[in-house]
Structures are given as C-alpha cells and as structure tokens.
Design a protein around this ligand. Structure first.
Ligand code: TPP
Ligand code: SF4
Length: 287
C-alpha cells in the first residue's frame, strides 16, 4: 500500500510560489494513495508548459515529450502496457491548441486513459499570451487589442463526441479534485478532467474571483443527463460548476478488439523479433 511519501520527488519545483498548480500536485498524490496503486503502476505523460512540469514533481513513471504531443505518446504507452494507469497532464494551450487534433480524435477512439487539463486561460510558461480558452476581448501579451475570437468549449466538445467521463475541478478544492481524479482513473475508457487553475502571475483575475464563482454541483445532480451536462460544461461566468458533469457507459474501449485478435498480453511482454529477421527486413529498404 503506497503513502504520500512514496510519491515525493526530489526535483526542485519551478512554479511561482503560491501557484494553484501546487493544489493539483497535492490532489494527484492523494488520489494515487486512495487508488491504492504503487508508483511503478502509474505512468504520467506530458508535453511542455507549466502544467506539463507536474510529472517532474511526482516520483512515478513519466514521459515528458513535446508541446501538444502528450496524447499520442500516452496511447503508445497504453498500447505497450495496458496494466499501467496512463495519465496525460497538459495545459489548455498544450492539449486544446497545438494538441487539439490529437485530443479530438482521441475522443472518438475512447482509449482507457485519463487526460487532465490545467485550464489557466493563458500560455503561462511563455509569459501570458492568449490560449484557446482565453475569453473574447481579454487583452494579453500578444493580443494588445483583445482576443478577437470566442474561447473553445472543449468539455462540451468532449461530451458531444462520446467521451464517457467529463469532469471539472478547481485547483484550490484539493479534496474534491482528489475524488474527481480517483473516479476518472477508475472509469473504464477515456476520462477528461479539466481543472480551473488560475495563473496568479499572468492571469486577469485574482484567486478570489474564481473562489466566488466555483460551485460544486448539487448532490442530486444526475451526471447521466447529457443535456444538463452540456449546459454545465458551457457555464463559465457568474458561476463555474465543478464536479462530474457527465458520466456514462460502459462503452467498448479502443484496442479491445485488436488486443484479442493480436495478443492478450501487453506488448512489453512479447518476445523481441529475431535479430536476423529484423536485419533482413531492414535490408530491403537500404539502397
Ligand atoms: C512544438 C512547440 N510549440 C510551441 C512551443 C512554445 N511553448 C512552450 S509552452 C507553450 C504554451 C504553454 O501554455 P499551456 O500549454 O497552456 O501551459 P501552461 O504553461 O499555461 O501551464 C508554448 C506555446 C514549444 N515549446 N514547442
Ligand atoms: S506563471 Fe502562472 S501557471 Fe506558471 S507557475 Fe506562475 S502562477 Fe503558476
């Protein structure tokens, strides 16, 4: 049985003091302990950005790759070893902007992975430019006259395109976020958790602005009601609802058919191809 200390990394944390990302980090550690997984049974995958640094600060398997490309790497990890709990950690720019294409098509495929998006409504690492979730009209470091286009509503897009677990959390509601992460990781199929993560250095509003608006969904809220979920997913203003907004299933997950026709075992357990045969195959492509 793991403890919080088992996930403690020695890396020096590079976030601004007081960044709400610290709350998300704490929620991750608590969630892993609640799930009862040991660090070697988990693999975090990230790209580039402030959010993408989170895996550095947890002692478990992780792969830190390119901006926008965490999802395809996570799919590879999951294909190679479906016994690992594979979790993508990304910023809104990383996942919805440069990685938006991967995100969209992953919704259709329903792989059994979790995607956690820190939504701070800016590109924080590169000093506050607009991201796909920046509200229309907001002035940013490169958008001097204000952003000209409306933000993407990716939680609604996810529900529309068949994601069977869609949740929104708040970085300062650590215990609530812990519960969301546990439910997401245990959900079979693709699970999406977007976390409201105010950036206290480049963001427009102070923490108080978010604290006054964030509301946990009512206890009698029915997350299987798709229309109600769409409405909550698109609500971001006077109130910002948090909780499991949508959950349905079970739905067959991507790789299910293929795994049973090709192999029942993780690819990591297959014998490597014969070296001579590999050489022969490669030689056909050599000039
Ligand atoms: C392929 C590539 N494109 C662009 C960049 C520059 N870049 C690094 S981080 C970043 C945006 C970070 O914003 P976000 O993903 O929202 O994460 P945050 O820092 O806000 O957590 C950009 C544009 C890069 N490093 N690599
Ligand atoms: S720039 Fe913003 S997101 Fe990045 S560490 Fe500082 S407060 Fe956090």
């Amino acid at each position: 049985m793991s403890t919080m200390d088992d996930y403690q990394s020695d890396a020096e944390i590079q976030w601004c003091p007081g960044c709400p990302n610290f709350g998300i980090l704490q929620a991750f550690k608590k969630a892993f302990v609640s799930i009862g997984k040991d660090p070697h049974e988990i693999c975090l995958v990230s790209g580039i950005g402030q959010a993408a640094k989170l895996p550095h600060y947890l002692k478990c398997n992780f792969f830190n790759g390119l901006h926008g490309r965490a999802i395809p790497v996570a799919l590879g990890v999951h294909a190679a070893n479906p016994d690992l709990k594979t979790i993508v950690v990304a910023g809104d720019g990383d996942c919805y902007g440069e990685g938006g294409n991967h995100f969209l098509h992953t919704l259709r495929r329903n792989p059994d992975i979790t995607v956690v998006v820190h939504n701070n409504e800016v590109y924080a690492l590169t000093k506050g430019q607009a991201s796909p979730t920046t509200p229309k009209g907001e002035r940013r470091t490169l958008q001097f006259n204000g952003v000209q286009v409306p933000p993407l509503q990716m939680l609604a897009v996810a529900i529309l395109h068949g994601c069977t677990f869609v949740a929104r959390g708040f970085a300062l509601e650590v215990d609530h976020l812990q519960d969301l992460l546990v439910s997401a990781v245990e959900h079979p199929g693709l699970s999406l958790v977007e976390v409201v993560q105010p950036c206290i250095t480049w963001g427009t509003h102070p923490l108080k602005w978010y604290q006054e608006r964030v509301r946990i969904v009512k206890e009698d809220y029915d997350p299987t009601d798709r229309s109600a979920a769409m409405e909550l997913a698109m609500t971001w203003g006077e109130t910002i609802p948090i909780g499991i907004l949508y959950q349905s299933g079970p739905v067959e997950t991507f790789g299910h058919d293929y795994r049973h026709t090709v192999t029942d075992r993780p690819l990591t357990e297959l014998k490597p191809l014969d070296k001579g045969l590999m050489e022969k195959m490669l030689s056909e492509f050599r000039l």
